[in-house]
Design a protein around this ligand. Structure first.
Ligand code: ADP
Ligand code: MG
Length: 419
């Protein structure tokens, strides 16, 4: 069996080194779905890796070719979908055909089988909590069919070869999934650090300007109110409310800035999450009905968190408000809020579902960046503040959206026992 070690290591090295290189060019991420071009490149990348594997087969006995070409096919189909999977499979099939030999069609069949298994298990795989375990499940199924094909056609290699081959195949496959998952997490942490860095820059600028601007505005506002109270000037009477409105809006923007600037000013208390949600919803209900949007609130169980009440409410209201604003007024719509225990113990999960205009991938990517807004009167600060506040509470926030059908925001917060 010693003679197997070298080609095995060659195959494993090819697969892993190309995977790391792929991660270098487009960092693996769950949040940023791949576009067509990237999928094409990913398909070619994996095809290259499979091709190299085929050029350094682990065992060629008579006309059979044992190598790890199915691993790139499986992985790229599971993670990237049918399109890159198909590119990889097509190239592998072509090459296998060129290599030829008596068992060429079996070689092609097991490659296509890998693609089929990838497609079949993909949605379950992406949705599963433990990807490595699900990977074992998928590959077990693949083995069953693969071994069946082998034994009904080419059963002349000795059993210990099959044992080593399948063991190494399975281990490499699961190790690959494990590494990819680790890379996804590392990339995500890197992005978050960058994001927080941006936030703190904005915060510092905000702190510097906000106070300076606020004071003169308050003075101007006071004078306009004063002049307006006993004027006979029609023009002034007509436009004073407009000026006051605009001043108030400016003031609100500054208040938002200040919240970004001072997120550390926590007054910590035990907060009843149900009550915080009820309060936030009640405050926004008039705004909702004005825009023809109903707000449903469903509360399962009791949860307490130890945090700043004002900040929690502000974060919740920012999310609900965005949901309301996303709904088109003429059609009307809803924002459904559900609070329940999270899957993970000691956490509460709050989901906000709206049936508004939704966002495409590009917009989802920009959401939360300072000043990113698509609204004429938006500030583009709401989501950034929400993200920051939730982050300060050691919670997590996640957006999912589909254009024209709506958005789901999921918030996870660590809970405490009632005081
Ligand atoms: P603002 O609300 O002031 O525009 P936000 O940071 O709250 O700023 O939101 C930024 C942008 O993200 C919005 O302008 C909107 O385009 C988009 N957005 C946020 N939440 C939703 C949602 N629930 N549905 C659709 N689009 C949303
Ligand atoms: Mg907003």
């Amino acid at each position: 069996m010693i003679y197997l070690i070298k080609p095995l290591i060659v195959n494993i090295t090819i697969i892993f080194s190309l995977m790391f290189n792929a991660n270098l060019f487009f960092p693996f991420s769950k949040r940023k779905p791949l576009n067509f071009n990237k999928k094409t490149i990913l398909g070619l990348f994996s095809a290259f890796s499979a091709t190299l594997c085929m050029l350094y087969p682990i065992e060629t006995l008579e006309d059979t070719n044992f190598d790890f070409r199915m691993i790139p096919i499986l992985i790229v189909t599971l993670y990237g979908g049918w399109y890159p999977g198909l590119i990889c499979t097509a190239i592998v099939v072509m090459l296998r055909y060129l290599i030829g030999g008596e068992y060429v069609y079996i070689g092609i069949a097991v490659s296509i089988l890998a693609f089929g298994v990838g497609i079949m298990f993909r949605s379950g795989f992406l949705g599963s909590k433990n990807k490595v375990l699900y990977g074992v499940f998928a590959i077990s199924f693949y083995y069953l069919v693969y071994i069946f094909i082998l034994f009904s056609t080419v059963s002349f290699l000795d059993i210990s070869f099959y044992f080593v081959y399948f063991l190494a195949f399975g281990l490499s496959f699961t190790a690959l999934i494990y590494t990819i998952e680790k890379l996804i997490i590392a990339n995500q942490q890197f992005d978050e650090t960058l994001y927080l860095d941006k936030l703190s820059t904005v915060s510092q600028m905000a702190a510097a300007f906000a106070h300076e601007i606020r004071n003169p505005i308050t003075t101007v506002r006071g004078f306009i109110q004063f002049i307006n109270s006993d004027t006979k000037d029609e023009n002034l009477k007509q436009f004073a409310p407009l000026i006051l409105d605009e001043l108030d809006r400016t003031n609100k923007i500054i208040t938002n800035y200040l919240t970004v600037a001072r997120p550390t000013n926590f007054t910590l208390t035990y907060i009843d999450v149900n009550k915080a949600l009820q309060d936030s919803v009640e405050l926004l209900r008039p705004f909702g009905s004005y825009r023809n949007v109903s707000i449903d609130l469903k509360l399962e169980g009791e949860h307490y968190i130890y945090s700043d009440e004002q900040h929690l409410k502000q974060a919740l209201m920012n999310i609900i408000k965005n949901g309301i604003e996303a709904v088109e007024e003429e059609q009307g719509g809803y924002v459904r809020i559900l609070k329940k225990p999270a899957d993970e113990k000691g956490q509460v999960e709050i989901t906000f579902i709206d049936n508004g205009i939704g966002m495409n991938e590009e917009q989802l990517g920009k959401l939360g960046l300072p000043y990113y807004t698509t609204k004429t009167k938006g500030t583009g600060l709401g989501s950034m503040i929400t993200n920051r506040l939730i982050h300060e509470m050691k919670g997590k926030i996640h957006y999912e959206s589909k254009v024209h059908s709506g958005t789901t925001v999921t918030v996870l917060l660590p809970t405490v026992r009632k005081k």
